[in-house]
Design a protein around this ligand. Sequence first.
Ligand SMILES: [Zn+2]
Length: 327
Amino acid sequence: MLVGHKRVLQYLQKAVAEGNLAPSYLFAGIKGIGKFLAAQYFVSAIMCIDNRNGLPCGQCVNCRRIANGNHPDVRILTLADNKSSIGIEEIREGINSLQTCSYEGGYRFWLIDEAQRLTEEAQSALLKTLEEPSESLIIILIAHGEVGLLPTVTSRCRKFEFNPLSSNDISQFLISKGVANEKARVVARISSGSLGRAWDFVNNENLWDNRVAIMEIMGSVSEFSLWQRLEAASTLEKLASSDRLQNEYFLEMISSFFRDALCLKVGAKSDLLINVDCMQSLQKVSQNMSEASLERTLEEALKAKDQIKRNVNIKFMWQNFLIAISN
Ligand SMILES: [Zn+2]
């Protein structure tokens, strides 16, 4: 189910209705907000047998095959599970297979998901196809941000920026899926506009429990002894395991916690808060810590996140971070 992005979808619908299609597109935005679904929706709108004014019917054989990912004229390339990038071989293979005519006589599509992970070589190989587009091929690059994409590639594409979803859109969706109102409201706020992340929180009990544990630690860390801090560091390290993304994610949660505490400290309105389910801890921290310490803690969290990206030892990262937090 596609949530939000009204403006982009309206634009795409109009383009389909008017036959105003580009040979290549770039759908960019944070992870988990429905860019891939939007690409499928767009392809369906173009291929739909019962298309009405640029809207896909969702029922016909083409719409169904596209939704199921098994339309012969829609090729999908994504990052392999065991890899961290998409290489030149995969691009060459795709280009070769797309040389032939379409199976059903219309357009052919190539959806490249996680396009920000294309290696430079792979992008250079793709560039030629983007520069000399074939009339019946439409390429859609789907990227979580544009970092990593060559300007020569992005400039060839008609670009759509997907904004993070509003917390209202997310909570409405969660409630429609049977999530309790209060939890939906909290999850919507803590998922930074990403429905994928919100959905993770709802379906993955572990993640929710981890968050509770993290918030508990952060609520008291400024009062901890050195020994307790080291213990907390090892707890966090264990919870996140060696997964770097998970560690970054934890630091984002922590940043949002201290950001909330800072908001309370400076007397901001409570509807600006994210972690509305942790009011007690937040109030305690905002009373115990000075404004300068809260600001410094936020800077330290940023630094720690940067260290993860630079492959610093995770254990030391957590130890340093927790020791740096003072009243
Ligand atoms: Zn259809």
